[in-house]
Design a protein around this ligand. Structure first.
Ligand SMILES: Cc1ncc(COP(=O)(O)O)c(C=O)c1O
Length: 484
């Protein structure tokens, strides 16, 4: 129901206590027990980031001409990103709110570049199915055609010839990932770069999750293939600071090989009655907090600090991957090439593992099956994981044993058939209610998140999408009770 603004103000202490109470049931992250959503640099890193963030919380990066501090932070962060990713002094970039915004801007830039330079009116792009969904979001938002290219079923890397086969006359952009999120492997960026050059196309490398840490892994002796501006044909790269640079959320960059390209990213408007709008990014008004915090952490941790964090992350990743290799019934989806692990099982459902581990305080991420990638469990590992490996591995092994022994983890056959036959064209809010009731009844279905994951996995993906839309539409409903 609609909620009136509280009539009387309250003392700050009371309000803070109310906030604490509201946060009581949130996923705990400080102990390093979450394998998604959070990258934990430790108390001191958190403190530096928070202080820097709060110092520039109110400054508005909408207008860098009146906040030279923010312009300095942004240009220096971008300059460090360019150096980190093998760029030269022709490269340019901008700070954005996150990986998704960086990917959206790469696509928007490619669209407007192709429209201006090549006269393409109905653009299309080619991506591996493993590219982050942010590119599908870009296609959706910007009305761009899309071909999803299947990947090699053994390595989960896209094959250059398959990408080439999907190119059309109106194709404007190819995408490769370094690494892709789901399985943590790196697409053949050098091959894609050569393809882009041969066909006169732009190539975006999505290094949102790996761009920051991979150069450190290379320095630690890992054979990381070239994936950055050192590869001819790569025209833009996205890289997040709010992942392996341990910055607070709202920190990423989109980099371009030249100002010629970046020009098409910028939106300006002198055609309204208000102030002149000059936006290089999607956000207009934006807090200086994320910029200041990112800049501060780069100085606080420095290259040495990040190398140490990468070393800890690499050790933790190897330890967990090695442990998984010895656990009966499960297998790694791919050899980890970064700090990400995905594992699956062939004769039982892995989804119950999520709930079993959650009861022990661990958060791991379920991933649905799609186009040759079976349902699996994803782990994003960070520097904080290393101290917990000895605690996590036995819990993981026990959870796998338990999930394996569960014989109710599969959907009853009639339910599976019903779900498989759902049609997105006839999916209504009522279908949603019926499906949620089914998931909630426990009527022959497993408990917790397992039921809904199994159901989503058994439906045609378009129907799963519809269900998720209805779910979100419901979740952000007005609160049912008035404020206490
Ligand atoms: C490869 C890749 N691209 C893009 C994104 C989207 O980033 P964000 O969640 O910051 O929008 C992610 C997030 O994990 C990612 O791993």
């Amino acid at each position: 129901m609609p909620m009136p603004i509280p009539t009387h103000g309250r003392p700050a202490g009371d309000v803070m206590a109310m906030l604490e109470e509201a946060g009581r049931y949130d996923l705990p992250w400080r102990e390093g027990k979450t394998f998604a959503y959070v990258y934990e640099g430790g108390r001191d890193v958190e403190e530096v980031a928070k202080q820097a963030y709060m110092r520039f919380l109110t400054e508005n990066a909408l207008d860098p001409t009146v906040y030279p501090s923010l312009l300095k932070f942004e240009t220096e962060i971008v300059a460090m990103a360019v150096a980190h990713l093998g760029g030269d002094d022709q490269c340019v970039g901008n700070f954005t709110s996150g990986g998704t915004e960086s990917c959206l801007l790469a696509v928007k830039t490619a669209r407007d570049y192709a429209r201006t330079v090549r006269g393409i009116a109905a653009p299309h792009m080619v991506l591996p199915v493993t590219a982050h969904a942010a590119f599908q979001k870009a296609a959706h938002y910007f009305d761009i055609g899309l071909t999803l290219v299947p990947v090699d079923p053994a390595t989960f890397k896209v094959r250059v010839e398959d990408m080439e086969a999907a190119i059309r006359p109106e194709t404007i952009l190819l995408v490769g990932s370094a690494p892709q999120y789901a399985h943590g492997v790196i697409d053949p960026i050098e091959g894609l770069g050569a393809l882009a050059e041969r066909r006169g196309l732009l190539l975006h490398v999505d290094a949102c999750i790996g761009g920051f840490i991979l150069p450190y892994f290379r320095r630690l002796g890992v054979a990381v293939p070239a994936f950055d501006f050192t590869v001819p044909g790569v025209t833009s790269i996205s890289m997040d600071f709010h992942k392996y640079a341990y910055a607070p959320k709202g920190a990423s960059v989109i980099l371009h090989r030249s100002k010629e390209l970046r020009r098409h990213q910028i939106f300006t408007a002198a055609t309204w009655t208000g102030y002149s709008v000059i936006n290089p990014t999607i956000q207009s008004t934006k807090s200086g907090g994320p910029l200041a915090a990112t800049w501060a952490l780069l100085h606080y941790l420095g290259d040495e600090g990040y190398l140490r964090f990468a070393d800890r992350t690499l050790k933790a990743t190897r330890a967990i991957a090695d442990a998984l290799r010895t656990m009966p019934g499960v297998r790694l989806m791919a050899e980890p090439e970064s700090s990400l692990i995905a594992f699956t099982a062939d004769d039982f459902s892995v989804f119950p593992i999520v709930d079993i581990l959650r009861k022990k305080g661990w958060f791991v991420q379920p991933q649905l099956g799609y186009m040759g990638s079976k349902a699996n469990i994803h782990l994003s590992i960070d520097q904080s994981t290393l101290d917990l490996v000895d605690q996590f591995v036995p819990d993981l092994a026990a959870a796998i044993r338990e999930a394996r022994a569960l014989n109710d983890a599969a959907l009853p056959e009639p339910v599976r058939q019903l779900l498989g036959s759902l049609d997105p064209a006839t999916f209504t809010a009522e279908t949603y209610q019926q499906l949620m009731a089914l998931a909630g009844t426990g009527d022959g279905l497993p408990e917790g998140t397992t039921a809904i994951n199994l159901m989503l996995d058994a439906m045609p993906p378009e129907v799963a999408g519809r269900l998720m839309t209805e779910f979100m539409n419901d979740l952000y409903a007005l609160p049912r009770r008035p404020a206490a």
